[in-house]
Design a protein around this ligand. Structure first.
Ligand code: C2G
Length: 130
């Protein structure tokens, strides 16, 4: 059983997120998705989410590629997460390219996947405000 993990905010869930989750699941058999808590988003990423953590969790849990959703409350938890959940592969979109290579020292394969162009939560908000 190959276990994959990925992290994100996943606010206003869109096809770019789904494309990432689909490709992440294709790299193994079990996908853990770590969703940023409301506090983590605000304090660490200055992101104000439209949907609360619970709402974002419910949406991502409904995606067929996802097996488990847990909260992201710190930047540092990745190292403990990969051991606690016996992760083989860590996946992120390539806007994070190189940022998490330290996880290779934990024996984890680190994969950066191309982002889906044109779509983002920020773009959706911008378009809706026009
Ligand atoms: N993504 C993508 N294509 C898009 C938009 C997002 O592939 N058009 C990917 C991102 O690269 C990321 C995932 O979808 O891998 C989630 O994106 P966000 O919700 O924007 O996550 P982010 O705020 O980058 O949080 O500790 C890591 C952070 O929690 C990542």
């Amino acid at each position: 059983m190959k276990r994959v993990i990925t992290y994100g905010t996943f606010d206003l869930l869109h096809y770019g997120h789904i494309n990432l989750l689909k490709r992440a699941k294709a790299l193994g058999d079990y996908l853990v998705v770590v969703i940023s808590s409301d506090e983590f988003n605000w304090i660490e990423k200055q992101k104000k989410c439209y949907f609360t953590y619970e709402q974002r969790k419910a949406l991502v849990e409904a995606v067929r590629y996802v097996d488990l959703v847990i909260p992201e409350t710190s930047w540092e938890q990745k190292i403990t997460d990969v051991h606690e959940y016996h992760i083989d592969t860590f996946v992120m979109g390539d806007d994070w390219n190189g940022k998490f290579d330290f996880l290779k020292e934990e024996g984890v394969e680190v994969v950066y996947l191309p982002r889906t162009p044109e779509i983002s939560t920020t773009q959706i908000k911008r378009d809706l405000n026009k």
